[in-house]
Design a protein. Structure first.
Length: 65
């Protein structure tokens, strides 16, 4: 699914995001509000990984959804 569709359906996508990245809270997901860069940044913070690694994880996840 392309990111524009994910952004438009963000409330429905949050469950899938939480399945993939369980450390992200409901409040965090509300702050992200479908913004891809915000998601990458919050994953980076929550998991202590590089921005490149977080971006790769999001890209891989996008392919599956």
């Amino acid at each position: 699914m392309n990111w524009d569709r994910m952004e438009g359906n963000w409330k429905q996508m949050t469950g899938k995001v939480k399945q993939q990245w369980g450390k992200l809270t409901d409040d965090t997901l509300a702050q992200i509000n479908g913004q891809r860069d915000e998601l990458v940044g919050k994953i980076q913070e929550a998991y202590g990984i590089s921005r490149d690694e977080a971006d790769r994880q999001v890209k891989d996840w996008e392919k599956l959804n």
